[in-house]
Structure formats: C-alpha cells, structure tokens
Design a protein around this ligand. Sequence first.
Ligand code: GLU
Length: 285
Amino acid sequence: MLSSPNKPYVGRIAPSPTGYLHLGHAQTFRIAHQRARAAGGRLVFRMEDLDEPRCRPEFAAAAIEDLKWFGLDWDEGPDIGGPHAPYLQSQRLSCYRTFLDRLIRADLVYPCTCSRKEIQASVSAPNEGDEEPVYPGNCRHRSAKDVPTTGRFNWRFRVRDSETIPFVDGNLGPQSFTAGKDFGDFVVWRHDGIPSYQLAVVTDDILMGITEVVRGADLLLSTARQLLLYQGLGSTAPEFYHCELVRDSQGLRLAKRHESHSLRTLRRRGNGTEPSNELNPEDNF
Ligand code: GLU
C-alpha cells in the first residue's frame, strides 16, 4: 500500500476554514512545506470547507493570507489555480459522489438509518478528544442494495471486526489499529448529500496525486480508516507523516478558539504586516 519511491513528491496542506489558523497549524504546514521543497516536489493547497455551518469565506481568505505572511508558498491552490482545480472541497461534490458510487457497487458501504450526533460531526476531521464512539452496528445487516425507499439514511463503511491496520508513519514510526475496537463502521456520506471528512480527503488525495500526507497526530486513527478506503477503492495509499501537536502551557492542544495563539494575533503584535480588517474572499479566489 506504500507509494512508489520513484514517484515525484506531491504534498498538500489542507486547512479547514472554521476559524483563524494558529501556531499548531503553522507548525504542521511548515513541515509539509519543508518536506515538499526538500524532495523537490510540489505542494497543493486544498481548502476543506465542507462543514457548511462552521466554515466561513473570511476564514478561508485569512488562511491564505496568514500562511503567505508566515512564508509559505504552494504550487496549486484556490488562489492560483492549477491542474486539479477546483481546490475548494465545497466545489468538488461530484468527485466525492463518484467515489461513493464505487464503494456502493463494491458493496463496501450500507445505508444506515440511525440518527446519531456523530453523523453531524462526521464532516469534520476528528481532532483530539472528539473521536466518535464505535458504531454498535444496528444497520450492518443491510447490503448496499437495501436502500430504504422512504426516510433519511447515511452511507456507512463496513469494517471487518478485529482486522488490524498497521502502517509505518514517517515521523511517529510503526502504528497499528484494530477495526471494531479502535473505530467502527464509519459514515462516508450523509443523508443531506455531504460526504464525510474521511471520504472527501481520500478522494482528493487520490485525484490530486498526493504521495505524502503531512498532518497533525490527532488524525492517526483517521489514517487507519482512510487506509481501508484506499483499499476498497483499489488505490495506492500515500505515505503518512503525522506531526506532534502543539500544546499550551497546560498541555492542551491549541484550538482555533484560542485567539492568542492565532497567526492573526501574532501579526497584530507587530511581527509583520497588519492583516486586513475586512477581508474580501473574492480577492483571493
Ligand atoms: N482539514 C483538516 C483539519 O484542518 C485536515 C485534514 C487532513 O490533513 O487530512 O483538521
């Protein structure tokens, strides 16, 4: 499942515009940038803006502005275009639907009528502390052809209980997770026509030819789920490099709600140019 060492390096940075980026993002994206440049490769900027109520165009514009201020550049992205456009996930729904249809044809997913809070949450990358509970399997008996004729349903990926999913992380070394124990059947498509984070990110990483995924260590468990999706879709998985999370003095992971650690705040403190007060997203895309 590892990518060929001869393939030219393609990395990505993939912020979710749900708030201003903070030092933790800056650190992860700087490592992603360095690894792409050191390998003489390309870097793709992808805006992960599927979580409609939480994502805001002004945060998307700010992410681009702040990361440029931080000294990063990229070879493809929403501000400069490129061969894999569009770079906003909200404009790529047909790609995700195509990949869902493949999973349906292979009977790897089933319609789930359970209404649970995690279905709402599935569209965002699970950060530390907000992993969903293992799904108890109420709708597991259904096949992909058992589509309910009425009512709402979500598509869920069926894991094989007790299957171990090992992988070697480029930074954190050998990892191993067990399906049915560390995570259960997971949502890939919501009843309202929105793909889950897991399906969207795998679809994009495949279509954008990503060879190494650099991201925060809170997504290690998501990598296990994503490896199952790569397998189910018959695609080669990229390499993975998970970065240690940046923590505050109390040992808590930095989060977008912590204004004081945001790149915006650092800029305002006189460490660079003054950020625009009124960002117009049209200027950037
Ligand atoms: N958009 C996700 C986040 O900001 C990162 C997803 C990924 O790198 O796979 O948490």
